[in-house]
Design a binder for this molecule. Structure first.
Ligand SMILES: *Cc1c(COP(=O)(O)O)cnc(C)c1O
Length: 326
């Protein structure tokens, strides 16, 4: 059965060529403007939320519970969608969730960027001390159970909105670009919780288009999570997809000091796109992804018609300490 959706974003988002930068690079570079969804300051999460919110409303949930980094773009857009439909939104967050060892990093100021917007939206943000991702997921589950104990009907959404419905949204997004432009040789974007990558890879499997995710997280195991999500997406599509972990092209070279922490190369890429095209990127996802794209072009490993999928994230530009900006 085709999933229902509620309208949140203005589609199609613009897709256009980057003429000046293409000339500078000797490339044929295009951009998909999901920073301009017209919803809650933009970003790729609006697409997922059209399907996720439809499910929330179908289940008549009182409260949506999720988790993420304190600077999560997903939580901001989720909070806006919940506000629009009169559903409560509750999120377990940490400044800097980490994998194994506590990193010695302190990237963000707390009460600016997405955090400021989250507060304006009335999101119930439960800020926890930094710990591992697994501990963050456990705290989200505790939060959900706290609401259930109070008699509320809870809808749980995984980090980044990367449920099968989130991935389905990006299967549809691939159809959107097919109606806007001739096929591309490569599509490059920031990849993290996986539904963007899984949806695009699913839609473009077997085509001549390479789908390249520039990882925002350092853990190579995420490819296995992506394969699991692809298997779950089969349940939504009602057909086999057959994408194993090695089907996902992920480049881990541009994470920099860590997830959620700006990198020098990412910051250089932000300046490059700003000064050549007047378009802004963010320091945690799209800036690092654009740094990856510039390197792939420079190395000659990406050629021909190339699409950068701008996934948004702009509030984070205002939430990172200025000395990291250079
Ligand atoms: C969430 C996010 C991504 C990654 O998308 P996933 O579907 O989680 O992999 C990339 N860029 C920005 C700005 C994001 O907020």
């Amino acid at each position: 059965m085709t999933p229902n959706k509620v309208p949140l974003i203005l589609t199609p988002t613009p897709l256009h060529r980057l003429d000046r930068l293409s000339r500078e690079l000797g490339a044929d570079l295009w951009i998909k403007r999901d920073d301009l969804t017209g919803f809650a300051l933009g970003g790729n999460k609006g697409r997922k939320l059209e399907y996720l919110m439809a499910a929330v409303l179908e289940q008549r949930a009182d409260v949506v519970v999720t988790c993420g980094g304190l600077h999560s773009n997903f939580i901001r857009q989720l909070g806006a969608a919940c506000a629009k439909f009169g559903v409560a939104c509750s999120a377990a967050v940490m400044n800097l969730p980490y994998e194994d060892e506590r990193p010695d990093l302190d990237p963000m100021v707390v009460d600016n960027g997405n955090v400021l917007l989250d507060r304006l939206l009335g999101i119930d943000l439960r800020v926890h001390p930094d710990a591992t991702w697994e501990e963050l997921y456990a705290m989200a589950e505790e939060l959900a159970q706290e609401h259930e104990a109070a008699g509320k009907k809870v809808y749980r959404i995984p980090i980044g909105g990367s449920s099968p419905l989130g991935a389905y949204a990006f299967v549809q997004a691939a159809k959107e670009i097919a109606a806007q432009a001739e096929p591309f040789d490569a599509i490059v974007f920031a990849s993290s919780s996986g539904s963007t990558h899984v949806g695009l890879q699913c839609a473009l499997r077997g085509s001549a288009t390479r789908v390249i995710g520039i990882a925002s997280d350092p853990e190579p195991e995420i490819a296995h999570d992506f394969a699991d999500l692809a298997t779950q997406l089969e349940g939504v599509l009602g057909e086999p997809i057959g994408l194993a972990a090695d089907a996902f092209e992920l480049d881990f070279r541009f994470v920099g000091p860590g997830y959620g922490v700006p990198s020098r190369e990412g910051d250089d890429a932000i300046r490059r796109l700003a000064q050549s095209e007047g378009i802004f990127l963010d320091p945690i996802y799209s800036g690092k992804a654009f740094a990856g794209l510039l390197r792939l072009i420079d190395e000659g490993s990406v050629k021909g018609r190339t699409l950068f999928w701008h996934t948004g994230g702009l509030p984070s530009l205002f939430a990172v300490k200025s000395e990291d900006r250079g």
